[in-house]
Write a new protein. Structure first.
Length: 263
């Protein structure tokens, strides 16, 4: 090693002259500390001073595309923008729901689930989509036979977000299911089943938000504004539900740049 480099990179384990056997072979495993340190010195001396990476220039010709959305929500259709008073009332109602849920969580968690309720595992994305939305919505079946009783067959219509169910979900599961449903919503239409579960999961989401939850709810609010802007029939009930989710994300969870401007 050159003297200048030696000064810049002092040896933490200096190895002076040591008595090594004449048959010392650096290629075999060391038998003593001296042999180990000497072997390290030899290997370091064989390393080149400069290493040049071999890069395939063909890979540099492809320009990666990265889509990053930093915009806020799209405005509500004309005449459907919520008032500030309405938004404040929804935040107050939502806060009361969260407080009640936290207060009685242990009670509801201790309640027995019906025999037909089998909660999927946290990582079972398809299972949770079917559990929450039901086969009818998940599989996009427009009509069912007349002899099917939708009020009883929860596998068809989805399980509602009962307190006895959501109280059993830890934060990891809440975040995972929220991600699954938002992913589904990214390409599908808004339904009452989806709206109920989104509201319930937001009510279970703990503050301060974890980074992944923060990103998810912002994604959710933007998607709601997109669907709302494309609502051709001006379904007042659906627009009101979308307004509610945007309101909770923006005003309760402090994502104010996504908030609707008061009408």
């Amino acid at each position: 090693m050159e003297p200048g480099v030696e000064e810049l990179m002092p040896r933490l384990l200096p190895v002076g002259d040591c008595d090594l056997a004449e048959d010392f072979d650096p290629t075999v495993p060391p038998r003593t500390p001296q042999e180990y340190l000497k072997r390290v010195q030899i290997e370091a001396a064989r390393c080149p001073d400069v290493v040049v990476a071999q890069i395939d220039p063909r890979k540099l010709k492809k320009k990666p595309t990265v889509n990053i959305s930093i915009s806020g929500c799209q405005p509500a259709p004309e005449g459907y923008s919520p008032t500030l008073k309405w938004q404040q009332q929804q935040v107050a109602n939502f806060s009361a729901v969260r407080q009640s849920l936290n207060k009685h969580r242990n009670h509801w968690r201790s309640q027995h689930l019906d025999s037909n309720v089998t909660m999927p595992k946290s990582e079972d994305e398809e299972g949770w989509k079917k559990f929450c939305l039901g086969e009818r919505v998940y599989s996009e079946i427009d009509a069912l036979s007349d002899n099917e009783n939708l009020g009883i067959d929860y596998m068809k219509v989805g399980f509602p977000p009962l307190l006895s169910i959501v109280s059993r979900m830890n934060q990891a599961t809440v975040t995972s299911v929220l991600e699954y449903l938002i992913s589904w919503f990214g390409e599908k239409k808004f339904t009452p089943e989806l709206g109920r579960w989104l509201y319930a999961l937001l009510a279970c989401l703990e503050k301060p938000l974890l980074p992944e939850a923060h990103s998810l709810i912002r994604q959710l609010a933007r998607r709601c504004s997109e669907v709302r802007a494309l609502e051709k029939s001006k379904n007042e009930e659906q627009i009101s539900a979308l307004n509610l989710i945007i309101c909770l994300v923006s005003r309760y969870f402090d994502q104010r740049d996504l908030a609707d401007e008061p009408s």
